[in-house]
Design a protein around this ligand. Structure first.
Ligand SMILES: [Zn+2]
Ligand SMILES: [Zn+2]
Length: 329
């Protein structure tokens, strides 16, 4: 499937001191129009369709140049020949490799990444690159249905990032909606109401963006999941909403639960957003992390105000307690 979004500015990517080559530009453009994983020979065939005079050696040299320039990434599926995929605005990912049809499918699991990181840290190992490849039979080969064309992973990534942000926003909306009914302090009620309203607004914006994205690919909704997040799938606030349902939750406790949720959400989106390579999915995560930070700061400010309001005498007492000790000394 062609993807115009993935075509970089070749002049900018060209290493300094190297001159323009129209043959190479043609090869690069052929390469960037493909999705999935190509062998050097696949690229020779595709290039010759455009211009039969371009030699195999030129294609090989161009591939090597693309790898050095960071446009192509070499992948080894263990069958004795390297394949190449775009690395420009192409999110990092793992592979499912079908031994029957030799197709490969991309996915990303942050749970796997976290585990790999934990192992590396525990063994004091400086990890440079993680390769996860799952070999077996794909759905098309097992069920005998027609295989799908390779899809643009960046689009799937943006779709899944938006889905996670939407799930979180929706769970945040439920959380603050419940909080409005629970808290008794008038100002706290206003704050919860304001945040509930904001979540509704954000949710609308995200859903609009989701609809925009769907226009880029008529079958985008039904394509397989790319981004796997075990913990975030139900929304990061759903545990907090459960906690609000417990008996005896007062205004201060409601704030504390809200602060924990917003902090968790902010860290989650920031941590992964920073790890992703430049992409729409990365932007969605980092924007969302920013919104969550604003909510977090607001809640912390309001929590402190409410603590002061509720316990003026207690603060006085602790000061009073330290003074007599000086007197008695
Ligand atoms: Zn297959
Ligand atoms: Zn790949």
């Amino acid at each position: 499937m062609a993807s115009s979004a993935a075509i970089p500015d070749l002049d900018r990517l060209r290493p300094p001191g190297t001159k323009r080559s129209s043959k190479r530009d043609l090869i690069v453009n052929v390469f960037l129009k493909q999705e999935g994983h190509l062998s050097a020979d696949d690229l020779v065939v595709l290039t010759k369709r455009e211009d039969h005079r371009i030699s195999r050696a030129t294609v090989y040299r161009s591939l090597q140049w693309m790898e050095e320039a960071g446009i192509a990434r070499k992948v080894d599926f263990g069958d004795g020949r390297f394949r190449f995929e775009h690395s420009y605005r192409h999110p990092r990912h793992f592979h499912l490799i079908c031994k029957t049809c030799n197709r490969s499918y991309e996915f990303l699991s942050s749970d796997i990444e976290v585990l790999v990181e934990e192992v590396a840290v525990a063994r004091a190992f400086t990890a440079r690159q993680t390769v996860v490849q799952i070999y077996g039979s794909c759905d098309a080969c097992t069920s005998g249905t027609a295989a799908e064309d390779p899809v643009n992973s960046e689009l799937l990534f943006a779709r899944d990032a938006l889905r996670i942000a939407i799930a979180t926003e929706r769970s945040g909306m439920e959380f603050y909606g419940r909080g409005v009914k629970l808290v008794t302090d008038p100002r706290a009620r206003e704050i919860f109401r304001k945040l509930a309203t904001e979540e509704v607004q954000h949710l609308k914006t995200l859903e609009k963006r989701y609809q925009e994205l769907l226009k880029q690919d008529a079958r985008l909704e039904s394509r397989p999941t790319f981004l796997f997040f075990k913990g975030a799938a139900n929304g990061l606030f759903s545990a907090g909403t459960e906690q609000l349902r417990r008996n005896g939750v007062d205004d201060l406790e409601a704030y504390r639960i809200g602060i924990r949720c917003e902090r968790g959400s902010h860290r989650f989106f920031k941590r992964y957003g920073e790890k992703f390579e430049d992409s729409e999915g990365k932007r969605i995560f980092l924007e969302f992390a920013g919104e969550e930070r604003e909510h977090l700061e607001l809640l912390i400010r309001e929590y402190r105000l409410l603590v002061k309001k509720h316990r003026p005498q207690k603060a006085g007492k602790s000061r009073a307690r330290s003074k007599p000790r000086r007197h008695s000394a």
